[in-house]
Design a protein around this ligand. Sequence first.
Ligand SMILES: Cc1cc2nc3c(=O)[nH]c(=O)nc-3n(C[C@H](O)[C@H](O)[C@H](O)COP(=O)(O)O)c2cc1C
Length: 198
Amino acid sequence: MTGKAIVGLIVGSFRTHGNTEGIASWVQYYVKSLYPDITLKVYTPVSPINLMSEPIDPVVPMKISSPEQYVNPIVRSWAKAVQECNAYVILTPEYNHSYSGHLKVMFDHIYNEFRGKPGTLLTFSGHGAEKSYEELTNLTLKFGVKITGGMHFSIPMEYVVSNKRIVPNFDPNTSQDSFLKKLTPSLVSELEKTLDSL
Ligand SMILES: Cc1cc2nc3c(=O)[nH]c(=O)nc-3n(C[C@H](O)[C@H](O)[C@H](O)COP(=O)(O)O)c2cc1C
């Protein structure tokens, strides 16, 4: 491709004192270190575009063919952000056997902007996150994402039931979250399936 490829890391949770921020920092670390020429943009449901308080556009998103056509300027900027990406890494914790409701809102605001682009799906929980992976697969296929990689994985239960959380700003040299080290070869292999061809 001509120009720098843009990858959108779409993150389904912004829970205070949650684990997703730490997992997202682990993903960011490997995307940035393996693909220094890629521009990685991270989107949570509230940052840098806060989608949580916005109503769904009066025009049905499915009928919209260009981001300019969205009435709501916040939705318009979200649609532009998704459209400019050449690929996605979509990350969510499992909530009640599915992806987070916040992630669903990020999708519901728009429609055609994801279509035809490759994506890696990542879901996690204390119990393998298989069900949320299935649900996320169904959702992203509806939006036309070409699923080129993905994995669902467990975090140790102590990170779910105690006060312990995955530390943000992952650094392999200092990380105390040793289970991430074991998962890293799988993460790298799944990222490669999507990002090598950009
Ligand atoms: C509202 C809620 C629902 C959850 N539902 C499930 C579930 O269905 N299955 C599961 O294995 N874990 C479930 N968990 C555990 C989460 O996957 C785990 O706590 C994870 O760290 C959540 O990510 P977060 O901390 O970034 O929000 C749930 C947690 C929350 C807060």
